[in-house]
Write a protein that binds this ligand. Structure first.
Ligand SMILES: [Fe+2]
Length: 381
């Protein structure tokens, strides 16, 4: 069996955000398009990165029109800003939304056309300008991944764009930036990271190289997500969750994901809800469905999340699902799609979209349309 593993250069550690300017200098950049979101700007992290860029003698232009589930129009606007300001490099600083827009902008300015043209796997052919990512949430893993997720409002769907070109040149992961996040965002993004770890670990495309990342990410999140949600100043928990999120990102970037993300993207294209919250509602139902595909792997997940007192594989595996549910409950995650605002949802058409999502290809159990509808219905009530 042949396996490939893609990863960017990674700079990890306290106050590493201050290395942003020097990193761009090393990549030969002169004028950086800074793609950020309003919340991160307000918290002061965008200014800190900009200061580092200026200290290194480089110029910048700020683009911060980013929403929770960014769409094709925002990407086009960002690309126009890049050209107008004559930039030659891109910084994404923020949560998954800002990072995914930054990647999509880099695609358009170097490959032309619209971002819709690049949906799916491996449709990007020209090299991107230098790209650096500074994540400010511990969840998306976008700073190390070959994914960008953008909403296409015309088709009411989240497009999954996958290409090794989307792996940034440098990921700068600074745990200190996590300390300005409230407990809701910490919980939702942490649950996204856990979902990445679990889906990558049971993925049909998992390899020894992705397993080591997924297992460590799950172990760290199992121990530190609760304390991280409990206190925004717990540095030890922030360091652990920054590492967990990044390692889960390395795992899913290379092993891809599964039915949770395929279904979550279908919901996210219609409802402006936090991605991590939707995932955590869907996750236990999909785990139950996928269980028979890999009892030993689900048993290992049970051991990691600390629920099992030994026993047979299927027993340990089922305990694991309960333990993941308990973790989500402890940090206040919503339990049903109804409770987060879905009303009379058209599950049949969402199931069709989910079935076509690139993330569904690596789900460990074969999935039919009726299975997805059944899982949506279970997660609704
Ligand atoms: Fe995700």
């Amino acid at each position: 069996m042949i396996s490939k593993f893609m990863a960017p250069e990674i700079i990890f550690g306290d106050h590493s955000i201050q290395q942003t300017g020097e990193s761009f200098l090393r990549l030969g950049a002169q004028r950086v398009l800074v793609v950020s979101d309003p919340g991160v700007k307000e918290a002061g992290w965008t200014a800190e990165a900009v200061e580092s860029i200026q200290t290194s003698g480089l110029d910048y232009h700020l683009f911060s029109n980013i929403s929770t589930n960014p769409d094709t129009a925002q990407v086009a606007e960002g690309a126009a800003a890049y050209h107008k300001a004559r930039c030659d490099a891109v910084l994404g600083i923020g949560g998954g939304s800002a990072l995914d827009v930054a990647k999509a902008v880099a695609v358009i300015v170097s490959n032309g056309g619209k971002i819709e043209n690049y949906e799916g796997v491996d449709h990007i052919h020209s090299p991107l300008p230098p790209v650096i990512m500074v994540p400010t949430t511990a969840g998306s893993g976008s700073e190390v991944s070959q994914f960008s997720i953008i909403v296409d409002p015309a088709r009411k769907k989240k497009m999954t764009i996958v290409s090794k070109s989307l792996v940034p040149d440098i990921a700068i992961v600074d745990p200190f930036v996590l300390m300005t996040k409230d407990h809701l965002l910490t919980a939702a993004t942490g649950l996204d990271a856990i979902t990445h770890g679990i889906e990558a670990y049971v993925s049909a495309a998992a390899t020894p190289l992705t397993d080591v990342q997924a297992v460590n990410a799950m172990k760290l999140a199992a121990e530190f997500l609760r304390p991280s949600v409990a206190s925004h100043t717990n540095v030890e928990a922030k360091r652990a969750m920054a590492m967990a999120s990044m390692q889960a990102g390395l795992a899913f970037s290379n092993a891809i994901l599964g039915a949770v993300h395929a279904m979550s993207h279908a919901i996210g294209g219609r409802y402006a809800l936090p991605h991590g919250e939707i995932n955590s509602i869907l996750l236990p139902h999909v785990m139950e469905f996928n269980l028979i595909a890999s009892p030993s792997r689900f048993a290992a997940i049970g051991d990691i999340f600390g629920a099992s007192a030994g026993g047979e594989e299927m027993v340990r595996a089922r305990h694991g699902i309960q333990a993941v549910r308990a973790l989500a409950d402890d940090i206040g995650a919503p339990k049903t799609l109804h409770s987060v605002g879905l009303r009379d949802p058209d599950f049949e058409s969402m199931a069709r979209i989910a079935l076509e999502d690139a993330c569904m290809i690596t789900n460990p159990r074969d999935v039919a349309l009726k299975d997805i509808e059944m899982l949506f219905k279970k997660a609704y009530e």
